[in-house]
Design a protein around this ligand. Structure first.
Ligand code: UTP
Length: 288
């Protein structure tokens, strides 16, 4: 077993109903945020956090994502014939042996999608990234989790405070005793609790570092909230068996599984980018 976490899994087999009609013929992960598809942002976060092996759990109609992470010799030739830089289409593509795709044949839930990564894990810990949760941060969110994991071991998930009336949209943690303001031991986890049943207002967002024991829990295939096989329920069964911490990450998260979140992310990334910011600022002034 490898102690250092080098493997990262991107479950992208969900249907994307909240981004319709934009995601009817195009996977939602290919919708743009600024100058690149949403999924490339998550991928770049993983690369800059030090990950070396990448697995995408795909589903029906997600072929464009495989094409995106593949070389495109004709296009490369056309660009170099015109003297244009290849960086935009080449720099983010990992060597073939480091990237793989597994098909989740039915969208039975996030837990089931992660279970499809069991052979990729091969007894090693894995990180899991949900592309919908785009996080703009000085230090990549995954890197923040890895630092805590290296110090405390076990499992680590990213959390953020949400308004109490929104707990039913998230997995919510029951904070245990001890810890600090930003690194909190987890005593319990509940998927999509009603506000009156929520143990806190700290919601899990889509960044996880998980020990390989998670796969035995997922293999039980127990259905949870919404009749889906939930990652939260499998993680909850690991509490008490090994360290399990939540990290209140530094950064701003955008829910890019919704049209409103995508719009906000485009504005924030645009205003944060020195090429796009000046033009965007004056356009906004004009519109207001
Ligand atoms: P969600 O349930 O939030 O989103 O899944 P969805 O199904 O993609 O989209 P909506 O709600 O219909 O708009 C959270 C993450 O888990 C993945 C999704 O792709 C998304 O990244 N997922 C979910 C799977 O890979 N397989 C599943 O069976 C379910």
């Amino acid at each position: 077993m490898n102690d250092k976490v080098l493997k990262v899994v991107f479950p992208i087999a969900g249907r994307g109903t909240r981004t319709l009609p934009a995601s009817k013929a195009v996977p939602k992960e290919m919708l743009p945020v600024l100058d690149r598809p949403l999924i490339q942002h998550s991928f770049e976060e993983a690369v800059s956090s030090g990950f070396e092996q990448f697995l995408f759990i795909t589903g029906r109609d997600k072929g464009a994502i495989e094409d995106h992470f593949d070389r495109h010799p004709d296009l490369e030739q056309a660009l170099s014939d015109k003297g244009q830089a290849l960086a935009a289409i080449r720099d983010f593509i990992p060597p073939p042996a480091d990237i793989s795709f597994v098909r989740q044949q039915e969208p039975l839930g996030l837990g089931h999608a992660v279970w499809c990564a069991r052979h990729f894990s091969a007894g090693d810990p894995v990180a899991v990234v949900l592309t919908d949760d785009l996080i703009l941060a000085d230090q990549p969110c995954l890197a923040q989790l890895l630092e805590v994991q290296a110090e405390l071991g076990g499992n680590v998930v990213a959390v953020m405070e949400v308004p109490k009336d929104q707990t039913s949209r998230y997995g919510v943690i029951d904070p245990g005793a001890g810890g600090s303001e930003t690194v909190i031991p987890i005593a319990g986890l509940v998927e999509k609790p009603a506000p009156e049943d929520a143990p806190s207002n700290l919601a899990v967002v889509g960044r996880y570092v998980l020990q390989p024991e998670i796969f035995a829990e997922l293999a039980r295939m127990e259905k949870g909230a919404g009749g889906e096989i939930q990652l939260t329920d499998a993680m909850a069964r690991l509490i008490g068996k090994m360290p399990f911490h939540a990290v209140v990450f530094e950064g701003r998260r955008f829910d890019c599984g919704s049209a409103a979140g995508l719009l906000e992310a485009n504005l924030a990334y645009g205003l944060n980018d020195e090429t796009f910011a000046p033009g965007l600022r004056s356009a906004i002034k004009e519109f207001l």
